[in-house]
Design a protein around this ligand. Structure first.
Ligand code: HEC
Ligand code: HEC
Ligand code: HEC
Ligand code: HEC
Length: 146
């Protein structure tokens, strides 16, 4: 390797180390998330594997589609490496679906973790499906059979 190429290579290596450390200095932004929140005493359904990175990178969805602040306002400022305002369970704190047959307002529904998740995931998927995309809306497309 010529001296000049070696210098260029060194600069590239140092720059990429710098970029990597600046990413990892923030909160970890997982590629794949196993949705088995430990607050549930039991998962009655198969565990959903959520392709987090594919959603914001592949499907190009802004972070604020799913992450919001403590008043429910979308975090439009977020980027990879930033901290979020907590896990969904921190604010949608009841680890279950709503009681069968219960008539609840939207904000009462949102107290139930599984309802908040379903609302977030499925409302978008229904829209995407109408637009011809292959976004899952049936139980066993997200929850693998146990
Ligand atoms: C778009 C994906 C998706 C679809 C479709 C979906 N779910 Fe879920 N569901 C989730 C996620 C994500 C959670 C949260 C699990 C966690 O974080 O622990 C969840 C949680 C649950 C829970 C509470 C946890 C458990 O296993 O007991 C139940 C019950 C549930 N879903 C039932 C259903 C049923 C019934 C259907 C079909 C009518 C359905 N889900 C469709 C994504 C989905
Ligand atoms: C399609 C929805 C969606 C999009 C888009 C999305 N996320 Fe997430 N993200 C989630 C869900 C769901 C979780 C799991 C939260 C939980 O289990 O409580 C999560 C988890 C995280 C975590 C880990 C939190 C923890 O407590 O460990 C970070 C950090 C994060 N997301 C950052 C981002 C950033 C930054 C972006 C944009 C570049 C982004 N997310 C885009 C849905 C999304
Ligand atoms: C820091 C607290 C906090 C966290 C963390 C949080 N939420 Fe929320 N969320 C709220 C508040 C507050 C609202 C507004 C409630 C209302 O309208 O009654 C809301 C509203 C929602 C709504 C309704 C949006 C609409 O259509 O109006 C959904 C769906 C939702 N959250 C899902 C999630 C999911 C999924 C996560 C995790 C990725 C999450 N939330 C994390 C506080 C939080
Ligand atoms: C704002 C829109 C949006 C939200 C919110 C969203 N998704 Fe998706 N999802 C998509 C799109 C778009 C696709 C891809 C459709 C296609 O194939 O082009 C997809 C595909 C998927 C797929 C199948 C392919 C893959 O990447 O695994 C799963 C499973 C999935 N989503 C789970 C979830 C879960 C679980 C949540 C909630 C935590 C969620 N999604 C929230 C837009 C969304």
């Amino acid at each position: 390797m010529s001296k000049r190429n070696f210098v260029i290579l060194s600069v590239v290596v140092i720059a990429s180390l710098f970029i990597a450390s600046s990413i990892y200095a923030g909160a970890e932004c997982p590629d794949m998330i196993k949705m088995d929140n430990p607050a549930y005493s039991e998962h009655t359904m198969g565990i959903v594997m959520f392709s987090h990175k594919r959603h914001f990178e592949g499907y190009k969805l802004p972070c604020g589609e799913c992450h919001h602040d403590d008043s429910g306002q979308p975090r439009t400022d977020l980027k990879v490496g930033d901290e979020v305002d907590g896990g969904c369970i921190d604010c949608h704190g009841n680890p279950s679906r709503k009681p069968k047959g219960a008539k609840l307002s939207k904000s009462e529904m949102l107290e139930y973790h599984a309802e908040a998740l379903h609302m977030n995931c499925k409302e978008c998927h229904r829209k995407e499906k109408k637009a011809g995309k292959n976004a899952p809306t049936f139980c066993d497309e997200c929850h693998p059979k146990k």
